[in-house]
Write a protein that binds this ligand. Structure first.
Ligand SMILES: NC(=O)c1ccc[n+]([C@@H]2O[C@H](COP(=O)([O-])OP(=O)(O)OC[C@H]3O[C@@H](n4cnc5c(N)ncnc54)[C@H](OP(=O)(O)O)[C@@H]3O)[C@@H](O)[C@H]2O)c1
Length: 232
């Protein structure tokens, strides 16, 4: 039997390394893409995965990395002001094999249908972060919005997983999800980073999540324990 083959784009970051671990736990063949200067961060996995160094928005790199893959797990990050997140999304959409499952990460600030309800604290935080980032040309949150617009208008087998605030710590199990920020089940706004990755890897073979943008929260958080949700 042939192994399931997945490509992890942004493999060297915190979320990326958890994705690699969960994919290996499932005995998947793993190809990881990360910036050249970050290859050393994957030393612990060096014998067990193929690493392709390069920018994640480089279409040539992505074409090589996703060839023959059943699934692509892409960490979307809005670094810089030159379309890094949207370039990454476009490169994946253009080059992934036709029936591959494409799973992207982002945050709650992304909305698919405009029906998310945000607290004033969340809106203030996002606009302050956006202003600071633009002012110092560090990152561009609007480019992550553009990346997701490209994904949402694609007819590929995509899922955009929207992470809450994150914390480190041991896995608590598969997060629960809901379609809209503001739904009571999400009120705790906290997920373990390892479980964010677990949800993304589990989404590879969950067809119910195709063309969905689940917002997730830790399954042991008070709001998850006391409310009904889509994913429980
Ligand atoms: N942090 C949060 O609280 C939070 C909350 C909700 C959702 N999310 C989502 O979770 C995902 C992962 O975010 P994270 O915060 O946990 O970080 P992370 O997993 O550590 O990922 C950061 C990524 O950005 C890359 N990167 C760093 N500096 C860069 C630069 N100058 N140019 C290009 N790439 C650069 C890193 O690559 P290197 O290894 O090469 O540095 C790494 O792949 C993102 O999709 C984010 O939107 C995060």
């Amino acid at each position: 039997m042939t192994k399931t083959k997945v490509c992890i784009i942004g493999a060297s970051g915190k979320l990326g390394q958890y994705l690699v671990q969960h994919a290996l736990d499932r005995d998947y063949e793993v190809v990881g893409v990360c910036r050249e200067q970050s290859v050393g961060k994957l030393d612990a996995f060096r014998e067990r995965i193929t690493i392709i160094p390069g920018a994640t928005n480089d279409a040539e790199i992505i074409r090589e990395a996703v060839a023959g893959c059943d699934g692509v797990l892409a960490v979307l990050v809005p670094w810089g002001v030159n379309g890094y997140a949207s370039g990454t999304a476009q490169a994946v959409l253009d080059n992934a094999p036709e029936n591959a499952r494409l799973i992207f990460s982002c945050g709650w600030h992304i909305t698919k249908d405009g029906r998310d309800v945000y607290s004033w604290q969340f809106k203030t935080l996002i606009s302050a972060m956006g202003w600071l980032a633009r002012r110092f040309r560090l990152f561009d949150l609007n480019d992550q919005v553009e990346a997701c617009r490209l994904i949402f208008s694609s007819d590929t087998r995509w899922t955009v997983v929207r992470g809450s605030d994150l914390e480190e710590g041991e896995s608590q199990g598969l997060p629960v999800w809901s379609r809209h920020v503001g739904d009571p089940v999400l009120a705790s706004n906290l997920t373990r980073r390892t479980d964010f990755a677990l949800f993304m890897v589990a989404a590879l073979d969950n067809d119910e999540l195709i063309q969905e943008a689940p917002a997730i929260v830790g399954c042991k958080t008070p709001s998850a324990l006391s409310n009904k949700c889509v994913g429980s």
